[in-house]
Design a protein around this ligand. Sequence first.
Ligand code: KIV
Length: 274
Amino acid sequence: MSASAPLRSVLPPEIMARKGGAPLVVLTAYTTPVARLVDPHCDIALVGDSVGMVLHGMPSTIGVTLEMMILHGRAVMRGLSKAMAVIDMPFGSYEESPEQAFRNAARLMAETGAPSVKLEGGVHMAETIAFLTARGVPVMAHVGLTPQSINTLGGYKVVGREGEAARVMADARACEAAGAFSIVLEKVPVGLAGEITRALKIPTIGIGAGADCDGQVLVVDDMLGLFTDFRPKFVKRYAELGMLADEAIASYAAEVRARTFPAPEHGFADKVKS
Ligand code: KIV
């Protein structure tokens, strides 16, 4: 997959135009098979840096590299025919300077074929967002809880209560003014998320931010219930695939031990019948 991939039907201007319209449906995807499942139902497939925790067992998103995002971005692009891909810029790939951000965003776009990137940060990233958008890089911003900053935030907390509300609003406004085409609000209190959504002209996409946002995003593995031990309050489980997988693997193990699998129908005859 490269930048020579055909233009996809959904592109950032269309996402912007959805402000106030039908809610935007967003899920993460990190692999081709999951991208194929997400594609018919979603407007956006987010190749989130949550891939580090979800698929690679990392303790946070801090260790995710540009190479990982390119690898998973390519895999997802192979599975999409309709939904738009957004690829996360990983920690350390954009914060240093607008030039560093452009260099790495250009690699993400050129080496995967994805038409947009996402980065975390508000007021302090506005200059970078403006630099990127002026140079052909559509940017989805991400404010509120920004997981790449957990070490300064002190954990995966709700961000924007009481004294913090004005700062989160200022962050969101700065991203919009800098040219972001949409913005993720993560773990922002419901009332504030509604206020931000009404104040901005670009779509807000909530995760743990209530129903007033212009769209919703979840980590696909969370909503499918692939983790049996991870239940954040803001995730609704639409399936319990982790439990189903556990039962299936236990049955397989029992049958192998009892020599009831493979059965005759799973084998190949020594001679082909003529
Ligand atoms: O990395 C990710 O999956 C994200 C979403 C949770 C918004 O940034």
